[in-house]
Design a protein around this ligand. Structure first.
Ligand code: AKG
Ligand code: FE2
Length: 486
């Protein structure tokens, strides 16, 4: 039986002229150079260190006020957060006797409490089994050195490797340490630069940043490094629940803003989270109403081996893309989604609304594009996936209705199971029951940036009732020419 792998895709749109070649995310605002320097000249060491720490945290949080996942890619390089480093240099010129006695009291420059590398915080990011390409790094900055503890592939270990760098290292030294101890591979034309994030998904550094002042970073406490360059929530273990704050774009006008979301890990292989109540009643109704006039039996982008076959061989539901991004309810959810996955809105496709009537289904497939399977489709290869560099990374799948019977989303390769022989089979695997307002988040790419074949999934036939749902696809790179963030 022919393998029925296929992807569903927005039809190609004329590419707008956009320069997104070399983009850096500017996550730290430049320091204004004021604050604690005069008091650190006058008084002893303990007092100025505290002032410096407070000033550092203040300017760090100012830098974080507009999280990167709400911003478009900017072309500035990483710059200084605080004047803490300069103050530290001044302090180092003080008498060594004075320094010694005070250092014992304020030896460690405290990271923001929520990012401190405590065993509790570590238990929220480490896994029993290695996660290829996601690394946890603990930074312990003292007056004299920076201690770096590595948890390669975000795996628990009682004896993690660590190193000690003298003073506050330069970006090059820190970068070399990460590359060596985490075995990071350099970017090339098919791979994004690796990147360093706060545990809350804030982009801090990228491999291709040129001028980085390390003070803000070194005092972060814990950072996550992703070989694939994009943030992915650590799954930790099945049943793990993480409540995250949701941030909103300042232009957002909706009154009913959700402040938090709770992600529950429902599978590690593939990585799947469930978020109850992510969408409100009004929103579920709105998307059904908005989509109804343009619903049509679904198209799929056929792989080479499937060319000529009708889409209904695989997928019998109706669907439509909603393209009016200026509608407040649509853009509101785009921003909410950017915050949910901590990936900027410009990585999102327009939402695709789905409706399954009785008996309608969608056989198991991947949402990513495997470039090997599109070698005879130059348009998809070039325009969408840029020969494999760009791809769908995340599906945020919305359930807009309850379904009386059937209509589950199935992951047949749950737990690393082998590929099913029959892609229409709905017996084995993880089955997610639709529930109005709930979304699931699943990752088609792994933290190292490679395709995750275990993300295979399908829609079981609806047995009773109607299933309304939607796909919100988030790419691993900006898609300004066909995404919803245009
Ligand atoms: O309807 C579902 O549960 C899944 C649909 C799906 O995977 C898709 O539209 O790509
Ligand atoms: Fe899908």
């Amino acid at each position: 039986m022919a393998k029925k792998k296929h992807s569903n895709q927005n039809p190609p749109v004329q590419k707008k002229k956009q320069d997104n070649k070399k983009s850096h995310n500017n996550h730290h605002q430049p320091s204004n150079g004021s604050s604690s320097s005069s008091s650190s000249k006058k008084s002893g060491l303990v007092f100025p260190v505290w002032i410096c720490v407070v000033a550092g945290l203040l300017s760090l949080s100012l830098g974080l006020l507009t999280p990167h996942f709400l911003r478009h890619q900017s072309s500035t390089t990483t710059s200084a957060t605080t004047n803490k480093h300069r103050d530290l240099q001044k302090q180092k010129t003080m008498s060594s006797q004075q320094q010694e006695s005070d250092v014992t009291m304020t030896d460690r420059l405290h990271p923001p409490p929520e990012f401190a590398c405590t065993s509790d915080r570590l238990s929220q990011v480490l896994h029993d089994k290695p996660v290829a390409g996601m690394h946890v790094v603990c930074l312990n900055q003292t007056m004299a050195s920076l201690q770096i503890v590595f948890y390669p592939n975000a795996q628990h270990t009682s004896n993690p490797p660590s190193i000690q760098l003298e003073g506050l290292p330069a970006w090059d030294g820190f970068k070399d340490a990460l590359v060596t101890h985490l075995q990071l591979t350099p970017m090339d034309e098919l791979h994004q630069p690796w990147a360093v994030f706060s545990p809350d998904g804030e982009l801090l550094l990228r491999e291709d940043n040129e001028h980085v002042q390390m003070d803000g970073v070194a005092s972060m406490g814990m950072v996550l490094v992703f070989q694939g360059g994009q943030f992915i929530w650590p799954g930790v273990k099945i049943g793990f629940r993480r409540t995250i704050p949701l941030h909103y774009d300042s232009t957002s006008t909706t009154s009913a803003k959700k402040q938090t979301a709770t992600l529950e890990t429902i599978s590690l292989e593939p990585l799947v989270f469930a978020v109850d109540g992510f969408l409100g009643e009004e929103e579920c109704d709105f998307f059904q109403t908005q989509a109804t006039p343009s619903m049509a039996y679904s198209e799929v982008t056929l792989m080479d081996m499937d060319k000529g076959r009708p889409a209904s061989d695989f997928r019998t539901s109706q669907s439509t893309f909603l393209t009016d991004n200026t509608h407040p309810m649509i853009s509101e959810i785009d921003y909410r989604t950017a915050s949910l996955v901590r990936v900027p809105r410009v990585h999102q496709e327009n939402v695709q609304v789905l409706r399954y009537g009785n008996g309608e289904k969608y056989d198991a497939h991947h949402d990513y594009f495997d470039k090997q399977l599109y070698q005879n489709d130059p348009s998809t290869l070039r325009n969408f996936i840029q020969y494999g560099r760009r791809n769908r990374m995340i599906t945020v799948f919305w359930y807009l209705s309850d379904v009386e019977e059937g209509g589950e989303t199935i992951f047949p390769r749950f737990g690393g199971a082998p590929p099913p022989r029959n892609m229409a089979d709905c017996q084995t695997g993880l089955k997610v029951k639709p529930a109005r307002g709930k979304v699931i988040i699943f990752y088609s790419l792994k933290p190292d940036g490679s395709l995750d074949p275990l993300s295979l999934h399908g829609a079981c036939p609806v047995r009773k009732g109607i299933k309304w749902a939607a796909n919100k696809w988030v790419w691993n790179l900006p898609i300004p020419e066909f995404g919803s963030g245009r």
